[in-house]
Design a protein around this ligand. Structure first.
Ligand code: HEM
Length: 396
């Protein structure tokens, strides 16, 4: 297979535009230039669903091992997200048992229910609150702290560490401050994990620290630590943002909310539609290992492609009116949890936390909750995206 067509280059799109309103840009790109080098990001954007899936399903051509990402410095480790093949699966398999469907059901389900009850009990009635601060952030932090085996870490610390690690991993400009913050956060996280080891070692606990320490053939301690760090960095924002997005979708579409409340079995469908609609992780990068061709364009080895799953999830080839939140959408095969070997490890956990527990419990307690001013909700983010606030009026 040969092609002489070089990938077109864009010099106009800015990171600010991508942060404020990426979907309008992706819609244009899908129609006109679905393979496009965007200079502001120094990456080749792939915006069609078939292409993003193809890249993630072919790691021998499109590697996760990009030596130029700031992630290594921010996490003080080459994490499993930047590894391929056996090297990747060895680290992934070590942590997986803590988040496998059976463990989520047998070990975490009750605990998650208790956390949800406790945090819902703290919410006031008859007041407008910022749901981000009052529930979505702390709830995600507490569930993940327990599943990882570091329950002594406070909700604030976990949320702060997560944001700092994400900011450091996205610090492509090499600014000093994000790396300095990450250095400090790493010291704190390392101390927190070291403190938790004695509680987890030689137990049959099922948290991520315990299953890794007590495996028959444990991986090295540095990898155990980096696995925990990746789950802190990748496990807080996403369920938090997904929960706010599904609430926004339901509360701005009251007929869908009524149907979901009446049927009682559609919570998972609502969650999946929310993450399709606004993917919490919008993009992923892969390093091209050998000269290859996508949509007839020559992509040289050494290039970095960006699979835009946010755009794939709005691809008109798959979805009618993709810009609309529609719980009753027939085709729900989205890519919000990724595809291929790096498919999200926290998928089952997130579904349990949000669709099985938090959403039904929140609506049971506040069946008449309202979003008084949807326009006051600020959506932001290019790499990660979600509401920065969610002012909810909590009514019984
Ligand atoms: C709605 C919630 C979530 C969404 C939408 C989400 C999304 C994703 C996506 C798209 C990836 C793949 C990234 C890539 O291909 O480069 C990923 C990977 C990952 N996620 Fe999630 N995630 C969520 C929740 C969680 C939670 C709660 C945890 C753990 C506590 C978690 C842990 C991970 C890990 C460890 C990976 C890396 C897997 C690997 O590289 O093998 N995620 N997630």
């Amino acid at each position: 297979m040969t092609s002489n067509k070089t990938v077109p280059v864009d010099n106009d799109i800015t990171i600010v535009q991508l942060t404020n309103d990426p979907y309008a840009i992706y819609k244009k790109l899908r129609a006109s230039t679905p393979v496009l080098k965007v200079n502001a990001v120094k990456r080749t954007f792939l915006t069609k669903a078939a292409d993003t899936r193809y890249v993630k399903m072919n790691p021998q051509i499109f590697s996760s091992d990009d030596p130029n990402t700031p992630m290594e410095r921010a996490f003080e480790a080459k994490t499993l997200m930047r590894r391929d093949g056996d090297d990747h699966s060895r680290l992934r398999t070590a942590m997986m048992p803590a988040m496998a469907p059976n463990t989520v059901k047998q070990t975490w389900a009750n605990r998650i229910e208790k956390i949800a009850d406790d945090y819902i009990d703290k919410l006031p009635t008859g007041e407008t609150i910022d749901f981000f601060q009052a529930f979505a952030g702390p709830f995600a932090a507490r569930c993940v702290a327990e599943v990882l085996g570091i329950p002594k870490a406070s909700d604030n610390d976990i949320q702060r560490w997560s944001q700092i690690l994400i900011d450091g991993a996205g610090n492509f400009g090499g600014l000093k401050e994000p790396f300095a913050n990450a250095e400090q956060a790493n010291i704190e996280i390392n101390a927190c994990i070291a403190d938790a080891v004695s509680t987890c070692k030689d137990t049959d606990l099922k948290n991520a620290l315990a299953v890794q320490l007590n495996a028959e053939h444990p991986i090295e301690m540095e990898h155990i630590v980096s696995n925990i760090k990746i789950a802190i960095g990748g496990g807080i924002n996403e369920p938090r943002d997904a929960l706010m997005t599904v609430l926004f979708g339901l509360l701005t579409n009251p007929e869908q909310k009524e149907a979901v409340l009446q049927q009682g079995t559609l919570w998972l469908q609502a969650l999946e539609e929310a993450v399709r609609w606004v993917a919490p992780i919008q993009v992923s990068s892969r390093l091209v290992k050998e000269d290859t061709i996508i949509r007839d364009f020559r992509i040289p080895a050494g290039d970095v492609v960006m699979t835009i799953q946010a755009s794939a999830n709005h691809d008109e080839d798959i979805y009618d009116q993709p810009q609309l939140f529609d719980v009753f959408r027939k085709n729900s095969r989205h890519q919000a949890f990724g595809s291929g070997p790096h498919f999200c490890m926290g998928t089952h956990l997130s579904r349990r936390m949000l669709a099985d527990v938090a959403l039904p419990k929140l609506f049971e307690r506040f069946p008449n909750m309202k979003l008084p001013d949807p326009a006051a909700v600020i959506w932001s983010g290019f790499g990660f995206r979600g509401p920065l606030n969610l002012p909810l009026y909590l009514a019984e």
